[in-house]
Design a protein around this ligand. Structure first.
Ligand code: GLA
Length: 396
């Protein structure tokens, strides 16, 4: 079975956009192995848009751009496979890809056969330039069947940005993940908006077909193809990675692996965070509490108080994991420190239960003891606290 757990890998788009080549992909393959990402679980190496010529050949086949991929895709796939990785490629359900290259509308069976003949293991399938008369769902159905008809096991990554409520049907048509939002940008606002937009949709994601909250920007630090706005701090990138893991979604790294600072290399391979993401039960998290953080308003205008509350900035999220573990997150999206609340009764643990929740801070590794009734940790601005928890019997 494919996508038993959220797929992990690397994708060329966030950093490189159209500047991709055979040499670059081989280098990334080498890095994925030598820097320990494959060992940590990242197995798919995916080439995004801009890999082909602008025209099909006279037989109607897609042609890799010989200036970028002089040895063709089969040779590159062979190299990627020789490193123990899986090879991913990209096409689109419309008549052209987002960057204006030929795509698979009405060519689904031909293109799927081409991908299979090259040894492709993963197809990201985008949604640009889709004809007004077309039926979105039907086209994803067709590509899904076309991939299956090849006889090759190819993970199908449906990328229609949350259009037409894909969480309701992508799993049914055979996709293994569905992009639920527009494109991530390399800034704090972008990834927190993605997280907030999916709070009600977590329950649709699970083994076999996962909610895809887009590729990570962790460690890009403003360089690359999707840099826009203020560069994230380490804590903000840590929050992005921890939120994706908490949600149990695919993790596709987007940074240039050759330039990733050591703290981000470490973060992306963090064992506890990856364990949460990859938990074998694949249960979705759920929202316990959504609130507002109150910050000071040093120069109140007439009628204002010297403080103000920013709505929808404090979130408490809980997730059942396997083996008697739980993840509990306190998320502060406001710019100032705040206490984020949780009544343990709201996650099913009333004060008279006779049990406490023992907690380990995932970021520091510190065991912070067992909690009862309520727990309201102080969380710095633009940061979160994440705990791995277990139930322990209260001693008399
Ligand atoms: C769309 C997708 C992105 C990327 C680009 C490529 O915007 O959502 O993830 O694949 O197309 O052009």
């Amino acid at each position: 079975m494919l996508a038993k757990r959220p797929p992990l890998g690397w994708n060329s788009w966030n950093t490189f956009g159209e500047h991709i080549s055979d040499a670059l992909i081989r280098e990334m393959a080498d890095r994925m192995v030598s820097d320990g990402y494959l060992e940590a679980g990242y197995e798919y190496l995916v080439i995004d848009d801009c890999w082909s010529l602008k025209e099909r050949d006279r037989n109607g086949l897609l042609v890799p751009d010989p200036a970028k991929f002089p040895y063709g895709m089969k040779a590159l796939a062979d190299y990627v496979h020789s490193r123990g990785l899986k090879f991913g490629m990209y096409s689109c359900a419309g008549v052209q890809t987002c960057a204006g290259y030929p795509s698979s509308y009405d060519h689904e069976f031909t293109d799927a056969a081409t991908f299979a003949s090259w040894g492709v293991d993963f197809l990201k399938y985008d949604y640009c330039n889709f004809p007004d008369s077309g039926d979105c769902r039907a086209r994803y159905e067709t590509m899904s069947l076309a991939l299956k008809a090849t006889g090759r096991e190819i993970l199908f990554s449906g990328c229609n940005w949350g259009q037409k409520e894909p969480w309701k049907w992508m799993a049914s048509v055979g996709a293994h993940m569905y992009r639920s939002t527009g494109d991530i940008m390399d800034n704090y606002r972008s990834f927190t908006e993605i997280f907030k937009s999916q709070l009600d949709n977590f329950c649709m994601s699970g083994a076999g077909c996962f909610n895809d909250m887009d590729m990570l920007t962790v460690g890009m630090c403003g360089s690359g193809n999707v840099g826009l706005g203020k560069v994230c701090t380490y804590e903000e990138y840590r929050m992005q990675f921890a939120l994706w893991c908490l949600c149990g979604v695919p993790l596709m790294m987007g940074a240039d692996l050759r330039k990733l600072a050591p703290e981000y290399q470490k973060l992306l391979k963090d064992k506890d965070l990856l364990r949460i993401d990859q938990d074998e039960e694949c249960r979705p998290p759920y929202l316990i509490r959504r609130g507002g953080v109150t910050i000071s308003n040093p120069e109140p205008k007439e009628g204002e108080f010297p403080w103000k509350t920013l709505p929808d900035t404090a979130y408490t999220v809980f997730r059942h994991l396997s083996g008697g573990e739980y993840a509990l997150a306190f998320i502060n999206l406001a710019p100032a420190e705040a206490s984020v609340h949780c009544e343990l009764a709201d996650l099913g643990l009333p004060a008279h239960s006779g049990y406490l929740l023992e907690m380990k801070d995932v970021f520091t590794g510190e065991n912070i003891g067992a909690k009862k009734d309520c727990f309201n940790p102080t969380v710095p601005g633009h940061d979160m606290k994440l705990y791995l928890c277990r139930l322990v019997k209260e001693s008399d």
